[in-house]
Design a protein around this ligand. Structure first.
Ligand SMILES: NC(=O)C1=CN([C@@H]2O[C@H](COP(=O)(O)OP(=O)(O)OC[C@H]3O[C@@H](n4cnc5c(N)ncnc54)[C@H](O)[C@@H]3O)[C@@H](O)[C@H]2O)[C@@H](O)CC1
Ligand SMILES: [K+]
Length: 572
């Protein structure tokens, strides 16, 4: 599990060590340099003759980068450091110069164009440059490594590399990174980009990015002691690349400090609780029954997809609750599905259903009534009609969790009824905009949510009381404790994807027990979903591989393999 901490908490943890004179920065810089050397070796076969350009800010992030530059120099790497704020920690600048690096301000670097001052390790010919900036960008692009040490945890809230930075620097960054160095570029000459602590220009806590054109895509982000929360959140996560955590020896001070965000990795031991093989003596009911209220005669597909993935994610049994003609289709694809009402341990409702509206076909209205009934059961306030629609006996019904998707949002109780964590909402940004606007005092747009997904997922939880799974390139899950964030391959951006996710989460909920965190189970579900998509798209062993477009069916068929992989990885 990767846990992301707030910048202030990390600073607080560092303080006593710094007061005691523990050389944290030297440790950080040494770790950073070791990663850089290893990456260079992997890419070029050797570090000899390599040239690194260090973009150094005026704070400790820049100092980390420059101290790492000294280690690089000692191992034969040519180093040019650009002081992008025109100044930097003086003692470090001197030490780096003494180690044989060129350290110059941005204006000096631009002036090199006219004076023809050579850069060590870089051929002088940088193509058809028209302006000093073209020339400088050309040289930087000819290096082997760019170390992004402009801003770290000292980034001012709401600030970015664009905001508050000299125009010249913003322009330089845009030209180095903007569209030039997309992470998945196959161009071999492209320099490796290593971000120090975090890609400069992202908010360390919230992952917001004010001007994305000025943020460099990192191949690796080398972060100190622990991941910073913003690295795990959208939109910043796109720029982060692989995360490498360097232990600088302050772990003890972080004990007891709650991380703000967590992310499951397939090998996490904790996943064993949620993604598991049946035990000796288990039977279909002990493994969990999931009830699916999705799809209609008009839109049968979502019913098929949600049910098929619920079955494949390990529940002992799935009941389909809906029109007979849809059930027939479902049974022809997944013969083990039972088309009969009865007790379940979790519901999945709303996928493939439109919002409640007057004049809808009768079977859609009935499906929405069933969805509403399942939500009432989850809240412990079932009505007689509702129980009969779900085929449950009259009398107090046992509360069971419910995954609410798509049309299900239109049948949530009104804002006077407080939802609970047993209600797991799975909106995308557009749907969350509707939810937050209807539950809260202010209208919120889809764009606002996409710019600050973590903030709005948490707000949606605060307003409703539900567990909120905000789907996106990074899916954020919010409950009263913390945020979870999981990423998946972009191939998941396709029709059917949400129906599959709802089925998987419902299936894991049916297999869980009452005391287990709904948010954590949802996070595990998002990981299963992403893993299935990786398998189906051919990215199985190399997440950086482009892969191929998987059909929804291929993702569904990969779900059992994803479950198997996670069980194997988390128990080894
Ligand atoms: N505190 C410590 O002991 C350690 C800190 N470390 C490093 O120190 C970093 C934090 O260093 P600092 O606190 O010096 O801060 P930064 O180096 O992140 O920020 C540097 C300066 O940039 C300015 N600034 C902030 N936002 C700006 C914006 N939007 N535009 C222009 N300027 C802006 C700030 O005023 C600050 O002076 C960490 O990210 C990490 O790299 C590591 O060396 C580990 C130990
Ligand atoms: K940085």
């Amino acid at each position: 599990m990767i846990e992301g901490y707030l910048a202030a908490d990390v600073r607080e943890a560092e303080r006593p060590y710094l007061d005691a004179g523990v050389p944290l920065m030297e440790r950080a810089a040494f770790g950073l340099a070791m990663v850089a050397l290893r990456e260079l070796r992997q890419r070029r076969g050797t570090t000899a003759g390599a040239h690194a350009v260090i973009l150094a800010g005026k704070g400790n992030n820049g100092a980390d980068a420059m101290l790492a530059g000294i280690h690089l120099r000692r191992r034969g790497v040519a180093v040019t450091a650009l002081l992008v704020h025109e100044s930097g920690v003086e003692s470090t600048v001197t030490a780096l110069r003494n180690a044989g690096a060129r350290v110059l301000s941005l204006s000096q670097a631009l002036a090199d164009c006219t004076t023809g001052m050579p850069w060590p390790g870089i051929a002088d010919e940088v193509g058809d440059s028209h302006t000093p900036l073209d020339w400088l960008v050309g040289r930087i692009h000819m290096s082997d490594l760019i170390v992004d040490g402009i801003l770290g945890t000292g980034t001012r809230p709401g600030g970015s590399s664009g905001a508050g930075m000299p125009d010249e620097l913003a322009e330089l960054l845009m030209r180095i990174g903007g569209g030039w160095l997309p992470r998945r570029s196959v161009e071999e000459r492209r320099p490796l980009v290593i971000a120090v602590d975090l890609p400069s220009g992202i908010d360390p806590d919230t992952g917001t990015v004010v001007d994305r054109n000025t943020v460099l895509f990192a191949d690796v982000t080398v972060t100190f002691q622990c991941s910073k929360a913003g690295l795990l959140l959208a939109p910043a996560a796109e720029f982060v690349g692989r995360i490498e955590v360097i232990d600088i020896g302050i772990g003890e001070a972080l004990h007891g400090v709650a991380p703000a965000v967590a992310r499951f990795e397939p090998a996490d031991e904790r996943l064993r609780v949620y993604v598991k093989a049946p035990g000796w003596g288990d039977h279909k009911y002990t493994r969990g029954v999931v009830g699916v209220v999705a799809g209609s005669s008009q839109y049968p597909g979502a019913g098929l997809m949600a049910t098929a993935s619920a079955v494949r994610a390990g529940a002992g049994m799935a009941r389909y609750l809906g029109p007979a003609n849809v059930a027939e289709l479902i049974v022809s694809q997944s013969p083990e599905v039972v088309h009969a009402p009865g007790r379940v341990q979790a519901y999945v409702v709303g996928s493939g259903l439109p919002s409640r509206d007057e004049g809808q076909p009768a079977d859609i209205g009935e499906q929405l009534d069933r969805a509403a009934a399942a939500i009432e059961v989850a809240l412990g306030i079932p009505t007689e009609d509702g129980l009969s629609l779900l085929g449950l006996p009259e009398g107090p019904a046992r509360k069971v969790p419910v995954v609410v998707d798509a049309g299900g949002f239109s049948v949530l109780p009104d804002a006077r009824v407080r939802l609970t964590s047993d209600v797991v909402l799975t909106p995308h940004a557009g749907e969350l905009a509707g939810l937050v606007s209807s539950f809260g005092p202010d209208e919120v747009s889809r764009e606002q949510i996409e710019a600050e997904p973590a903030k709005y997922a948490r707000l949606a939880h605060d307003l409703t009381g539900a567990t909120v799974v905000l789907k996106g390139p990074v899916t954020v899950i919010a409950d009263e404790h913390r945020l979870w964030s999981q990423t998946g391959p972009s191939w998941l951006a396709r029709a059917g994807s949400g129906d599959i996710l709802a089925g998987i989460i419902g299936s894991l909920l049916a297999q869980s027990d009452d005391r287990q965190s709904r948010a954590e189970i949802a996070a595990a579900g998002v990981l299963v979903h992403a893993t299935a998509a990786r398998i189906a798209s051919g990215q199985r062993d190399d997440p950086a591989a482009v892969g191929r477009p998987p059909t929804a069916q291929a993702i569904i068929d990969a779900v059992p393999y994803a479950i198997g992989r996670i069980i194997a990885a988390s128990s080894s």
